[in-house]
Design a protein around this ligand. Structure first.
Ligand code: GLU
Length: 461
């Protein structure tokens, strides 16, 4: 689940989209793209690049495209390899372009129906099915873009934050959220949308967070939000654009600030990874399913606090997934006579992804016969993530306090999710999964309540 930026203005929005994508780079991604509409016919032009946003910037410079309406995306592939064809925006009929964060679980039956209806697929993504469904709804029902999106999302199962533009509605972005965050950036005579307000800090400090199940139509002068068929209003929040991570703000020290941040970062970590009582296992990466099907043992390697997260995970892997699990301190692991069991998944845990011993352990593990390596890490661009076969990022943000707090809690959440997806293969029933996932989904609000109680009782941490 990666980054989305959209803008509708009187001025050229290309620079806003590219700057927004750069601000979202910290989340990690494999390709980037944008669709921009302008000129006398409002024709939509697509531009995509595999790799860094800078490549997209260079391509945009060469083509000199511009427009007053646009959507952009950084992709972390879940369905189909990181190629230009699979990068977003995905299009339908040259008139509709869509960017999507998340996973559409029922994309296969939807694709089959669309193929029968004569749609031609140009990518392997789950996202392209949404583009064609919207196109189909527009054509068959002769509906507005908004109604077509409303009709389409009723057919989707999984998680999505999506933004759509249509050449025939040249001043509108339609957005919908379910399991993947979206926020409207409110400007003067121009409006924006993004998956994270950070992406829009250069253009506005006023934001409207969409809630689960919300649909928004964002125009230049105004925006409207619906929840189902009911029009709703959502609060406008002002967020200063200074780097929130590097400021202590009202807190006595960074560790306290980071304790208070736990509900938010846990929610960020769960977004797009669970939906309607199920874990979306594609979030672990393209080959996750094939790898997870083979796992009979787990080896965890980590240092410090991450090692403690690993020890907690051992209990879950044994009870939820019924899998034998070994947890080692990374510096010890390389110097023992490791007897690697067949069909073992090798997991590294690290906040920074640069912990020297953990990295050395991963490189050593590659000389052994593990099925695959999985990194659970907080930094998308780190060596650990780059060198591992699979990865699931914790979304804890920068942790400055020396004693780990929010990085640890987000690691635990990811490890419990992992235990569930492995458990599915070893007898965990869907009722048990739903119960566990519902409990996990309550964690952010429970922690929030706990913090509020401590505040009320003037207790300290
Ligand atoms: N599932 C979509 C894809 O693979 C979106 C991935 C993302 O969230 O970046 O294209």
């Amino acid at each position: 689940m990666c980054g989305i930026v959209g803008a509708v203005a009187q001025r050229n929005v290309l620079g806003i989209l590219l700057e927004g994508l750069k601000r979202l780079e910290y989340r990690g991604y494999d390709s980037a793209g944008l669709a921009i509409s302008g000129g006398p016919t409002n024709k939509i032009t697509n531009l995509k690049a595999v790799g860094k946003v800078n490549k997209l910037v260079a391509a945009a410079g060469k083509t000199k495209i511009k427009g007053h309406l646009g959507i952009a995306h950084t992709r972390w592939a879940t369905h189909g390899k990181p190629t230009a064809a699979n990068a977003h925006p995905q299009t339908s009929g040259n008139t509709i372009a869509i960017v999507h964060n998340g996973i559409i679980e029922n994309h296969e039956p939807l694709r089959a129906k669309l193929l029968k209806a004569g749609y031609v697929f140009k990518s392997e993504t789950d996202t392209e099915t949404i583009a064609h469904l919207i196109h189909n709804a527009r054509n068959t029902g002769k509906t507005s873009l908004l109604d077509a999106v409303k009709k389409t999302i009723k057919k989707l199962q999984g998680a999505y934050g999506l933004c759509v533009i249509d050449q025939n509605f040249p001043d509108k972005i339609v957005a919908a959220r379910s399991g993947s965050p979206l926020v409207i950036g409110v400007g003067i005579g121009e409006n924006f949308i993004a998956s994270d307000p950070l992406a829009l800090g250069q253009v506005t400090d006023r934001f409207v967070y969409l809630e689960e199940g919300d649909i928004a139509e964002v125009g230049r002068e105004s925006y409207e939000i619906w929840h189902g068929d009911k029009k709703v209003t959502r609060k406008v929040t002002t967020i200063q654009s200074k780097d929130a991570n590097a400021e202590k703000g009202e807190y006595a020290h960074f560790m306290l600030k980071e304790i208070y941040e736990q509900p938010k970062v846990l929610q960020d970590t769960l977004d797009g990874r669970i939906s309607k009582g199920k874990v979306l296992e594609e979030a672990f990466g393209l080959n996750a399913k094939v790898v997870f099907d083979k796992v009979k043992n787990v080896q965890i390697v980590a240092c410090g606090t991450s090692f403690h997260a690993g020890q907690a995970a051992k209990y879950w892997l044994e009870t939820v997934a019924k899998l034998p699990c070994q947890v080692d301190i990374a510096s010890d692991y390389r110097y023992r006579n490791i007897i690697d069991q067949p069909d073992t998944l090798f997991i590294t845990l690290s906040q920074s992804g640069e912990t020297a011993d953990t990295l050395a352990a991963l490189r050593f593990a590659k000389t052994k016969s593990y099925i695959a390596s999985l990194a659970i890490c907080n930094v998308a661009t780190s060596s650990l993530v780059r060198e591992s076969d699979l990865c699931l990022l914790t979304m804890a943000g920068q942790e400055i306090g020396v004693a780990s707090t929010k990085a640890f809690t987000t690691q635990l959440a990811v490890l419990l999710i992992l235990s569930i997806v492995l458990g599915r293969r070893t007898g965990l029933s869907s009722t048990q999964e739903t119960k566990l996932v519902k409990d996990i989904a309550r964690l952010p609000s429970l922690i929030e309540k706990n913090i509020a109680t401590k505040q009320r009782n003037k207790e300290s941490f």
